[in-house]
Design a protein around this ligand. Structure first.
Ligand SMILES: [Zn+2]
Length: 183
């Protein structure tokens, strides 16, 4: 048995591990308290929440390797807020956090900004904005309204690298901060 394993099993080691875990759980709860709000009808995609969490961790000066997401999952799961919908394609699927939405802004918007492609024509953009108005000006990623002063991105529903087209049916308007690594 290694020294490390001995230590883990000792009373002192167990207490230390418990404190570290408690600390991470507190941080997860702090993030949810500061950066999200609760209400009937709210929802946010799990991946969006996760990216906001990483951004928030960076904004409070934590190195990336200390931004483990397990505790957020644990807290949400414990409160039964996670819903998994399998994909019709038979793989992938999508997990949604029910009854919660993001406050804006969270963390650093630039963390999400991977650079906008300029290939979308004005005519297509107009069609995408018409679609946004018809769905009540809601951001497709966080479920919050897009307000006049919000910075927005046009997001590909099926990423370009997976063959997604610059077609209005494959495009949606989202907050810049919600625009994730979808390509
Ligand atoms: Zn949003």
């Amino acid at each position: 048995m290694s020294i490390m394993e001995d230590w883990r099993k000792s009373a002192k080691g167990q207490a230390r591990i418990k404190r570290a875990r408690q600390f991470l759980l507190e941080r997860a709860r702090q993030f949810l308290l500061e950066c999200t709000e609760e209400g009937d009808g709210f929802s946010v995609s799990y991946i969006t929440l996760k990216h906001h969490y990483y951004s928030w961790c960076q904004s409070i000066g934590l190195p990336r390797e200390e931004c483990g997401f397990g505790e957020i999952y644990h807290v949400l799961n414990e409160r039964a807020l996670l819903r998994y919908e399998p994909s019709t394609k038979g793989f992938g699927g999508k997990t949604t956090v029910i009854g919660v939405r993001m406050k804006h802004p969270v963390g650093f918007p630039r963390y999400y900004n991977k650079g906008d492609r300029k290939s979308i024509t004005n005519k297509v953009k107009e069609a995408v904005y018409a679609k946004l108005r018809s769905n009540g000006n809601m951001c497709a990623l966080c479920g919050r309204p897009i307000l006049t002063d919000d910075k927005v991105h046009i997001d590909h529903i099926i990423p370009v690298r997976q063959g997604g087209m610059d077609d209005p049916s494959n495009l949606q308007v989202v907050h810049d901060i919600c625009n994730l690594t979808k390509g």
